[in-house]
Design a protein around this ligand. Structure first.
Ligand code: IVH
Length: 720
């Protein structure tokens, strides 16, 4: 018998009735989905299921405002045809810093203690647990109900994979005795058994086999059709949390126990440790068990146990200060080096790349390895010292490949006994293989560079590719392939041109819809995606410029410090006005106010500042950036920071602080969107002075800058 009760016509429903019915339908469809996908025991006939879905969609069409966050029309069954919906994480999903050696672990503990003002003998407990080699997932529960599941994405925005997450046995759809709002974070992974069975099935049906369980898990979770995901059994370990309406516990260990009690699978190998010796001992234990585990792990994660201390330690731009991943040693394998290719990067660097006979290194198939630069190929390091015992690398050599985690594989060794007679040393090109311009190597630079500038197609295209890449403008529909095509058609030569495409198309200067693979609809979609990026976060804009040494992390650090582009550009121009930028005059430069300000930023060093200054000092570069900026609204990276009364303010700390270390005070202020500087000037908004403060307070008084004591500062930022 049909389970569908007779219902009122959608047109005659009141909003209250509609809301109630949508809630009922959401529940019924979730239950049906779970039964179908996880228990392999359909609770509804296909016809009844479809009828419930149609009813739900009909009510949503009539009352679009009442559409629920967990609306069944977004989930299971009907796969969205155009990819996954994007979800902004309310608390960013960060990554972890890595430790490779025991000394890195000692240094981690030291830096935690230093930040907190603790001595070496103060007790400080950590948890240590396996680092699961899967992919991270954030599960949001409201009133005990799973409302969405999202992948990490770029850390700020992930993809909505709710229907797929529901197929995971370890992901409860409902939880009991949990906070009203709870975001559970952890790792989705595939067990070794399930991986072997999946690959056997794939091979049998002549479909793609996966290189390792992580790829299989990622491929399965990112399936548009959740019915396919449900046939690829995934598992989930909870190890962290995001947004919560109330604290889970006082310690990391207790919080994980709480997650376990609520109904999540947690890893049984987590231990509480005292001090670094204890951490490393647990690391060794887990390393020994590694081969016997039924899932892949690639290290051990250490976390400060006390959640109060975690909160004080806070975050750098992409990693917490209170945790670190101690990675297992790299994997090695031998293979044949087929050829050495030269790639030209966006800054003109000529990079040698080893093309290899594909080889599996620690479960991953590797066919390329970096050869860094010409010295490295020749068997020397940057200082002219021998590496690999001075052995050079030649095409045809048998080479040993080294792979550590996600880092690009390297060539660790060469078997000279297997070298072919007549194999010639690699001759590094003196001309750019792309544009033929001279490739020169400046003194002190390990890298040979093409001097062609924007004349060099490779440089221009690589710059544009970088501009549209994920950490930068990330324009949907404009990937590497399209950038090459548009560049070669003469439509885009520099980033600013991307924002002119729509107008040029409208005015008939070009016709995107005439190009193979494009139509009116896809062209409009691309223009909409470009329009959307006219409003861009400051750090993405900065990273997108493709300035040498300016990575994503440094871009975030600079953005956090300078808040807006005009302030940063003015500071860089001021720094550029200082005398010649070279090593000899560096000491004098460090003392100049502009350089001092840059160097006071955590994570910003001389090499980066020099590169930034050199870029801003080149008229053509500067003009190109300004042409771009004209099209954009550049927004401060963290909108939440603007709620604080100190957001955007320039602060100087001086004297002894009693409630926290100087580093902690600085990190806290920066997290609230303030800029912390080491010296007082007319641009300073506030001086926070502790006992022993002297000249800076006097200077503040002279300049009429407000000064306050530590307690008043804490009251101001709400930490009193
Ligand atoms: S804690 C704030 N614990 O490793 C950071 N991460 O390299 C919270 N991972 O993106 C992460 N096992 O996907 C944590 N036991 C574990 C983990 C773990 C695996 C992953 C996670 C993260 C990545 C960082």
């Amino acid at each position: 018998m049909s389970q569908i009760a007779e219902t009122k016509d959608v047109a005659s429903l009141s909003p209250e009735e509609a809301r109630d019915e949508l809630a009922r339908l959401a529940k019924a469809l979730h239950v049906a989905n779970k039964a179908y996908h996880q228990e392999d025991a359909p609770a509804l006939s296909d016809a009844d299921y479809d009828s419930l879905k149609r009813r739900n969609a009909g009510i949503e069409r009539r009352f679009p405002d009442l559409k629920r966050d967990d609306s069944p029309s977004e989930q299971v069954g009907a796969a969205p045809s155009e990819g996954f919906r994007k979800v902004r994480h309310s608390v960013p999903m960060l990554s972890l810093d890595n430790a490779f050696e025991e000394s890195d672990v000692v240094e981690f503990d030291r830096s935690v203690r230093k930040f907190l003002g603790m001595t070496e003998s103060d007790p400080l407990a950590y948890t240590a647990e396996p680092k699961i080699d899967g992919l991270s997932l954030s599960l949001r529960y409201e009133n005990g109900q799973l409302v969405n599941a999202a992948t990490r994405g770029d850390g700020a925005i992930g993809e909505d994979v709710t229907s797929n997450a529901l197929t995971i046995r370890d992901v409860p759809e409902r939880i009991k005795s949990a906070p009203e709002l709870l975001e559970v974070r952890g790792e989705a992974y595939m067990s070794h058994e399930d991986f072997a069975a999946l690959n056997a099935r794939q091979a049998e049906s002549d479909e793609k086999v996966f290189a390792n369980p992580r790829n299989a898990a990622a491929g399965s979770l990112r399936q548009l059709d959740s019915r396919i995901t449900s046939r690829r059994p995934l598992r989930f370990f909870a190890y962290a949390w995001g947004d919560v309406s109330e604290a889970l516990a006082d310690t990391q260990a207790a919080a994980i126990t709480r997650l376990k009690d609520v109904g999540f699978a947690t890893n049984p190998l987590m231990a509480l440790c005292d001090g670094t010796a204890d951490l490393v001992a647990h690391y060794r234990r887990i390393e020994e068990m590694r081969a016997t585990l039924n899932y892949d792990i690639d290290g051990v994660v250490y976390k400060v146990n006390d959640l109060g201390l975690q909160a004080r330690l806070g975050f750098r731009s992409t990693t917490p200060r209170w945790a670190i991943a101690h990675k297992f040693p790299a994997e090695l394998a031998w293979t044949r080096l087929e050829a050495i290719d030269i790639q030209v990067g966006r800054t003109g660097a000529l990079s040698p790349v080893a093309r290899l006979s594909p080889v599996t290194v620690g479960g991953v198939v590797v066919s390329n390895a970096t050869l860094h630069n010409e010295d490295y190929v020749a068997g020397r390091d940057a200082n002219g010292n021998e590496i690999r015992g001075g052995k050079d690398i030649r095409a045809g050599d048998l080479v040993q490949i080294y792979r550590a985690g996600d880092v690009i594989p390297k060539v660790a060794d060469v078997d000279l006994s297997r070298r072919h007679k007549g194999a010639m040393p690699f001759e590094f090109p003196r001309k750019c293989p792309e544009c033929g311009s001279p490739a020169i190597r400046e003194e002190g630079d390990a890298v040979r560079r093409c001097t062609g500038g924007l004349v060099c197609r490779a440089q221009a295209v690589e710059k544009l590719k970088h501009f549209v890449s994920r950490g930068a403008f990330d324009i949907e529909g404009l990937g590497a392939k399209q950038v090459e095509d548009f560049h070669d058609r003469g439509w885009i030569a520099e980033p600013a041109d991307i924002f002119l495409l729509e107008a040029r198309n409208r005015e008939g200067e070009m016709r995107l819809s005439d190009v193979d693979g494009w139509g009116e609809r896809s062209a409009d979609k691309l223009f909409a995606a470009i329009r959307e990026r006219r409003r861009i976060e400051f750090h993405r804009f900065l990273f997108g410029l493709g300035i040498r040494h300016l990575g994503e992390v440094a871009a975030k650090d600079l953005a956090r410090h300078f808040i807006d582009w005009p302030t940063l550009a003015a500071a860089a121009l001021e720094a550029a006005r200082e005398p010649a930028v070279d090593d000899a005059s560096q000491a004098a430069l460090d003392g100049s106010p502009a350089w001092k300000e840059f160097l006071s930023i955590d994570g910003v060093g001389r090499t980066l500042v020099r590169s930034l200054v050199l870029t801003m000092d080149q008229e053509a570069e500067c003009a190109s950036v300004e042409r771009l900026a004209k099209h954009l609204e550049i927004v401060p990276p963290d909108a939440r920071a603007s709620d604080s009364p100190v957001a955007g303010k320039a602060i100087v700390f001086t004297g002894t602080l009693s409630r926290m270390t100087r580093n902690e005070a600085k990190a806290r202020a920066e997290a609230l969107g303030a800029r912390v500087s080491g010296s007082v000037s007319a641009k300073t908004d506030l001086v926070v002075a502790g006992p022993g403060a002297g000249s800076k307070v006097r200077k503040a008084a002279e300049l009429g800058v407000e000064t306050m004591e530590e307690d008043d500062w804490l009251a101001l930022i709400g930490d009193a």
